[in-house]
Design a protein around this ligand. Sequence first.
Ligand code: ADP
Ligand code: MG
Length: 636
Amino acid sequence: MTVEKMEFKTEVKQILDLMVHSLYSHKEIFLRELISNASDAIDKAHFESLTNKEVLEDEKDWKIKIIADKDAGTLTISDNGIGLTKDDAVKELGTIAHSGTKEFIAALQSKEVKDNPELIGQFGVGFYSTFMVADKVTVISRKAGAGDKSGIKWESSADGSFTVEDVEKESKGTDVTLYLKEDEKNYLEEWEIKSTVKKYSDFIEHPVVMDIEREEESKLDKTKKVKVKEEEILNSRKAIWLKNKSDISDAEYNEFYKHVSHDFTDPAKVVHYKAEGASEFTSLLYIPSMRPVDIYYKEYKVGPTLYVKRVKIIDHCEELIPPYLRFVKGVVDSSDLPLNVSREILQNNRQIEVIKNSITKKVLATLGDMKEKEFETYLKFYKEFGRILKEGVHMDFDRRESIGELLIFHSTKADKDKFRTIPEYVNAMKEGQEEIYYITGSSLDEALTSPYLEAFKDKDYEVLIMLEDVDDVIMSSFEYKGKKCKSVIKGDVTLDKSEKDEKEKAGKKYRKLLDLIQDRLDDVKEVRLSGRLKDSACCLVGDEGEMDPQMEKLLKSMGQEVPERKRILEINPTHPIFESMNKIFEEDRKSKVLADYTDLLYNQALLLEGSKPKDSAAFAKAISKLMVENVQHGKG
Ligand code: ADP
Ligand code: MG
């Protein structure tokens, strides 16, 4: 029989290197990963057996067996699941980069993951964690349904390569054997294995067994003791979601959460309910308290685990949850779906749609409740997941008001560390105020002192402060109880109808001066009088439908090209500068001073919106000149 030697894929080499050299704590999670793989393999075999009789091989006795051999220094995790062909082994254990591998490598170098290696389960590279404790690993496997005894053996010492060869194997399934490192032999101890299984794998549905040696009275001679070995089940295997709520302790709920989520912190909230009627199902869902490190990656796995009558069908069923609730973890167990449901069926299935609606409603209601009754907890949740939840306002038209009610914002009227909700805002709207006003910005202080707020402050209108780059995209089209949201930095603002005529009159009166200013400023597409300024002389604004500056920053930071756009310069007609400029204009419209003032005005506006003056040196020079003139003037 030939032994083939093959190279690991580069990414896999990197992972192995990091596993061997950088991770030192919580090494026991390798056992969780192997049991989880064995359990997945059994699920697959079970699932196949429902549709494909060949795989069944009369199997009823699914199990995962742990064998500790102290003499050999090996620990074996054996299952009777689906098994691996040679091609499977080469691919799955060596040459394909599993989803999330790149992210995993990046994350492995981060402090967060180094301190909490439990996080590695999130990335689907669990098998390689064996090399934290073993310097050699062999996998002997036979694919279910293969018929004869043809199996394969995969072996590696994590030195950049692995070998595969054909071997005989008595029964289907997989044996993973770890040759433990000298100082990791504690994993051969019964108590160590038992407590690790209890801690991480108690809820695995398939029995995790081990031969336990016990001393017992001899049946032949009662005065003598004999040693007997008996297979013992180490995990409790409870389908916790099928139990009554009142029979489940918080600790149990939390433990199960850690099992399904691979998170290591307790969840913020448990949502456990049974639905009857149009669709019969049980959901045990969790709202986590901490954002998973990979939630913004494409590879992040969305959706609860789907069971049909206690049989695990799909690990992450994204059809069961809208994307803006993708942080929700847990299980859904349906009584109505067929056992052989496929991905295609899931996509257009009425039952699935019913469950998804029910879950969405329930989770949103739970969040609403949390916000009312446990605001501190809600705040923590919101800091982690608010940005994701907010997407729902944009995506789920039918529910946008109820999702909108869950959002919280800083506001010009709330204390700095307090927040405002949209319903609160709308209730407190002033007589005559028709829209929900908001300002975007990169910091609270910057937003609070923005000149764009002057007229709103003057009128005592509240303005919501939105600090996330996606806010404008999401909120600009939002409507709550017939009130539209409007950005105070875009479009024209006329807060008072009576001011409208005045502004128009003034606009006509000063039209020629405004045109002259506009002619001089190439970067500006319009110069007009402002309805939003009270103290400041001028500001730059965008058109109503234009991109928000925060969004522009985000896109630029992601390396996307953003088309240059021309802005609108708004001038405060009541500001003394404008009076002076008009005076000069009336005396001599070609005056050099007027041109200088125009540049100064524009540069000021750039500074106020957080940009740099077009020509900083020229700007500084012009100001110095003005200061000198002023002093001379004062002296004279
Ligand atoms: P994941 O379980 O997230 O896919 P792992 O690194 O834990 O990632 O495992 C890699 C792959 O190896 C699995 O997807 C599976 O195809 C295969 N595998 C691992 N262990 C077993 C097993 N006991 N039986 C069958 N296949 C297995
Ligand atoms: Mg795994």
